[in-house]
Design a protein around this ligand. Structure first.
Ligand code: CP
Ligand code: NVA
Length: 307
């Protein structure tokens, strides 16, 4: 693994062990208790956010505290990154105080710029290209629910966004098959799709980029969706809400998947848009286990970044 964790692919061969370590940390501590070992005692972590957050901010703050460290949140307004101060100066200054920088950015370019300037490891807490923290937690959830990851099929139906890009890479690394169905103009990054296909030559799984949601869902073990309009893309809402309607996850979509398929969504969700309430609030949905596992998975990631 590299110093920084900007892409899920930066974990490379460590991804499987980070997932196992996160499951172990969960078993040891439970959701609301401190871990036995104070593995981050004396360590300070900054949570630098340019965009809103519920799960990522809260779960990182609790993860650091439960590992015996200290977390400081810096809001978009107070730092005004790139406006009040250059991205590079922010990275250099924060590295003088903090052992880890957890950064949520609008742009992946800014994420890379900050990481290049910072001497402290940087963890990507979401940008416009990837959301690695989400996908480590998701793969952990799938492992808990299904026992093993290799050979499973995940169908991602919806916008080819940051979550979709990290899922493509994460599934390819662990040997899961992934079928993505998105409207023609909203496919995942071509560079990321090609990278995922390259990774499958090692792991032996398949990557399919499709437009037909029912074809993608066929025989899937997991049906996954995300919002149609990501943070920062609000001007596209009107166009997207029309184009994406055929991609709404309904009971019909679920019936194309395996009978024991689970439904996943990284949240926040919009019931009646990307998914109907009967599915997201139904018996196949694992969304709150997914949300809880962000806490455990990020402990695994924090410890990996400090190795
Ligand atoms: N899933 C997720 O990252 O949620 P937040 O945007 O609330 O952190
Ligand atoms: N794709 C969404 C994920 C939110 C956790 C966004 O970027 O807004």
């Amino acid at each position: 693994m590299t110093k920084d964790l900007l892409s899920i692919n930066d974990l490379k061969d460590d991804l499987a062990s980070v997932i196992s370590d996160s499951i172990r940390l969960k078993t040891e501590s439970g959701p609301k208790k401190s871990s036995k070992k104070s593995s981050m005692s004396g360590k300070n972590v900054v949570l630098l956010f340019e965009k809103p957050s519920l799960r990522t901010k809260a779960s990182f703050a609790v993860a650091v505290q439960q590992l015996g460290g200290n977390a400081v949140y810096m809001s978009p307004d107070e730092v005004q990154i790139g406006k009040r101060e250059s991205v590079s100066d922010v990275g250099k200054v924060l590295s003088r105080y903090f052992d880890v920088i957890v950064y949520r950015a609008f742009s992946h370019t800014t994420m890379v710029e900050l990481a290049e300037a910072a001497s402290a490891p940087v963890i990507n807490a979401l940008d416009d290209l990837e959301h690695p923290c989400q996908i480590v937690g998701d793969l952990m959830t799938i492992k808990e629910k299904k026992g093993d990851l290799k050979g499973l099929k995940l169908a991602y139906i919806g916008d080819g966004n940051n979550v979709c890009n990290s899922l493509l890479l994460g599934c390819a690394i662990v040997g899961m098959n992934i079928s993505v169905a998105s409207p023609t103009n909203h496919k995942p990054s071509e560079e990321v799709s090609n990278k995922a296909k390259e990774l499958t030559s090692k792991s032996g799984s398949n990557v399919d980029i499709l437009t037909n949601p029912f074809k993608a869902a066929e025989n899937a073990d997991i049906i996954y969706t995300d919002v149609w309009v990501s943070m920062g893309q609000e001007s596209e809402r009107e166009e997207k809400e029309k184009v994406f309607l055929p991609y709404q996850i309904s009971e019909k979509t679920m019936s194309n998947a395996k009978p024991d398929a689970i439904f996943m969504h990284c949240l926040p969700a919009h019931r009646g848009l990307e998914v109907v309430p009967e599915v997201i609030d139904g018996p196949k949905s694992v969304i709150f286990d997914q949300a809880e596992n962000r806490l455990h998975a990020q402990k695994g990631m924090l410890l990996a970044s400090l190795k």
